[in-house]
Ligand binder design. Structure first.
Ligand SMILES: [Zn+2]
Length: 172
């Protein structure tokens, strides 16, 4: 099973959302989550590649030329500092199944708000990849409680994502 991990945004070019109080950057949380996820998936026997880059066309073409089976993009949400919770976005039929497996593992693992899985037709990485693709919005980086969760329990979230992926892989 080849899993391509895309931590969202770009360390140098695009921070993504930033927590207004602590300055925590989405790109750094996503990078850390991507490293942990790669480690867990390799331990589970998956082939893993990771690319975090501002150029999403490049990200998609790398995943496609490698022949990824699964593509997982890792992000943090931000809205109005009040909204919180976890959601997983998909486009394809199989993407929905993978999204369900990941979302339910996260909800079972940590005390987050379940915002569910959502179909999205407007996301680069879901439109441009041949693999079964999802984008995980792990939590709201601008919300106090979610920020604490991302800071203290990122490993718990990531392990749940890894289990969701292996649940999906075991079912195909
Ligand atoms: Zn993002």
């Amino acid at each position: 099973m080849k899993v391509f991990i895309n931590p969202g945004h770009d360390i140098n070019l695009d921070s993504g959302a930033v927590n207004p109080v602590y300055g925590t950057r989405e790109c750094d949380v996503a990078r850390d989550a991507g490293k942990m996820l790669a480690c867990y998936l390799e331990t589970a026997g998956c082939d893993v590649r990771t690319l975090q880059d501002d150029d999403l066309g490049l990200v998609c073409s790398e995943a496609n030329s490698w022949g990824a089976d699964i593509f997982v993009s890792l992000h943090c949400n931000a809205f109005n500092t009040e909204a919180r919770g976890t959601e997983t976005l998909y486009k394809s039929f199989n993407g929905q199944r993978l999204a369900n497996d990941i979302q339910s593992q996260i909800i079972r693992s940590i005390n987050t708000v379940d915002r569910g899985v959502k179909k999205r037709d407007d996301l680069w990485v879901l439109n441009g990849t041949d693999a079964t693709a999802v984008l995980v919005e792990m939590a709201f980086i601008d919300n106090e409680e979610d920020h604490t969760m991302l800071t203290n329990d990122l490993d718990t979230i990531v392990r749940a994502i890894a289990r969701g992926i292996t649940d999906y892989a075991g079912g195909i």
